[in-house]
Design a protein around this ligand. Structure first.
Ligand SMILES: C[S@@+](CC[C@H](N)C(=O)[O-])C[C@H]1O[C@@H](n2cnc3c(N)ncnc32)[C@H](O)[C@@H]1O
Length: 487
């Protein structure tokens, strides 16, 4: 049973500023010398953090080069020319950067799935550390001398790590294809093996694609808004290798799914635990609707993180890199350093995994999350891991948090792990009014993190420690954990 259920689920009232734009601020130059379709030679000075492109200049005019690596000398072709910047593709590598590596992936030049697979791993880590420092200074306004920023925690396995994939489906040369979009397009790059997905995921997608072709399943056609199969969505357990397949379709009608069940059972036996359908008739970029139907088996997997076991429903959020999640959560545990007397709030708790992993020692644990399915998982997971002191609330943070804070005792420690847009001012104010001794902020977006840290420091919090964790190797994304303490 849900402990409490808040019906009111609304978008946060505060308009979140589109600060990702600010990442691209360069001196203004005219583009008259940078002509669309023409080739130029240039040197790559850095890698930007919005999309992971190389940045070079032609007569001081900024050019973003897809696949460019700091130190490369390249011949490039201009594919887009705007007022303040141009975009280019690589024609020839005249002199490669010492940080450039040759990936095994045959489609890395085209596929938008990884942005920096061609960058050596140690340099990837440097880029992320540098981006964090630069953004804390530029957006957060912090003096870096006064911040303790610890070295990034690298991934032991920077390839084949993703436990969740969603691959769009399309049609090419009379065949159903599936892959990722080429950067900045809706053109699908078909592949048989993705180098950042769990190895079993590749095998599963190939079975689904073959079934789709043999069964003449109509791939969704974005342009005409017709056809059926839109995406292949998988969740895989790193520890047990069990997986659930979810087919995202435009229409409810889906033929021959029983054949697919048979084929997956034959090839993967008990590892294949469920086939789910998600119907989404809407056009646009939102992949999943709320309409999930379990066609066969279960709609969840179990994953183990250290000693703890978690039920993860296909519809719930879960960290995509299970191995690094253990490092991330251990850090959170360390930062919380509970002595058993504290009430802890796990805000944006998802399936409850952080709180359950890091706060078994809390006097009381309170979780808040907008996704009802995830909250049901959290309640289940607390029981599964014998946590008797946990309560979970479902609702939008902006509306649910004030009510939870009003009705409960003072919170001593807060863990916040918001989505990319970060926290609203309303949430920051509601939290800081409680004056918790510690706030542990986990973020997958350094830009909104820096903005929010500035707000917390205005509200009397000292940023005691900052640790980046590489949850997303081969991409430009970076996860960060911060410890904030009341002054
Ligand atoms: C980055 S995830 C963190 C989940 C969890 N802490 C974990 O480690 O797996 C952010 C979570 O916030 C939830 N969420 C998004 N918007 C929300 C809102 N307005 N109010 C409450 N929860 C929200 C999402 O459903 C998601 O589970």
């Amino acid at each position: 049973m849900l402990k409490k259920y808040f019906q009111r689920v609304e978008k946060p009232a505060q308009k979140i500023e589109n600060i990702s734009q600010k990442v691209r601020t360069f001196p203004k130059r005219t583009n008259k010398d940078v002509v669309f379709g023409k080739n130029y030679n240039l040197k790559i000075d850095s890698i930007e953090h919005d999309k992971g492109n190389g940045v070079g200049r032609i007569n001081d005019f900024v050019v973003f080069v897809v696949g460019g690596v700091t130190g490369d000398f390249l011949e490039v072709k201009i594919t887009e020319s705007n007022k303040n910047f141009a975009v280019a593709s690589i024609v020839k590598i005249i002199e490669p950067s010492p940080h450039r590596v040759l990936p095994d992936c045959p489609v890395y030049k085209k596929c938008g799935g990884c942005s920096i697979l061609q960058v050596g791993y140690s340099f990837q880590l440097k880029i992320k550390e540098e981006f964090l420092r630069e953004t804390l200074s530029r957006i957060g306004g912090f003096d870096l001398q006064n911040l303790e920023i610890l070295p990034i925690i690298p991934a032991e396995n920077p390839l084949f790590y993703r436990n969740k994939i969603i691959q769009p489906v399309g049609f090419e040369n009379g065949r159903l294809i599936s892959g990722f979009y080429r950067q900045n397009t809706h053109e699908i790059v078909d592949f048989e093996k993705c180098f950042i997905q769990e190895a079993i995921s590749n095998e599963v997608v190939n079975v689904v694609r073959d079934w789709g072709n043999r069964s003449k399943i109509q791939p969704y056609n974005e342009r005409n808004d017709n056809g059926c199969l839109k995406n292949i969505f998988l969740r895989v357990s790193k520890t047990t290798n069990e997986f659930v397949v979810c087919l995202v379709t435009r229409t409810q009608k889906l033929s021959f799914w029983k054949t697919l069940v048979n084929e997956l059972q034959q090839k993967f036996g008990e590892k294949f635990v469920g086939l789910v359908q998600n119907t989404n008739p809407e056009k646009g970029n939102v992949i999943l609707s709320d309409n999930f139907y379990t066609l066969w088996g279960k709609d969840f997997i179990f994953e183990k993180l250290g000693e703890k076991k978690f039920k993860v429903s296909i519809a719930s959020f879960f960290q995509v890199n299970s191995e690094q999640t253990i490092n991330l959560y251990n850090l959170v545990k360390d930062f919380c350093s509970l002595d058993g007397t504290e009430t802890v709030l796990d805000a944006f708790c998802g399936i409850g995994s952080i709180g359950i992993f890091a706060c078994e020692n809390a006097r009381r644990l309170i979780g808040i999350e907008i996704n009802e399915k995830a909250i049901k998982d959290a309640i289940f997971n607390a029981k599964l891991n014998s946590l008797r002191n946990a309560e979970f609330f479902v609702g939008d943070m902006d509306f649910t948090l004030p009510s939870v804070l009003r009705k409960n005792e003072r919170i001593n420690v807060v863990i916040v792990d918001p989505p990319r847009k970060g926290l609203s001012s309303k949430t920051i104010l509601a939290l800081t009014r409680q004056k918790p001794e510690k706030i542990v902020y986990i973020s997958c977006n350094v830009v909104t993190l820096s903005r929010d840290l500035r707000e917390f420091s205005h509200q009397g919090y000292k940023i005691s420690k900052i640790v980046p964790v590489d949850m997303f190797p081969q991409t430009h994304h970076c996860e960060t954990v911060c410890l904030l303490e009341i002054t």
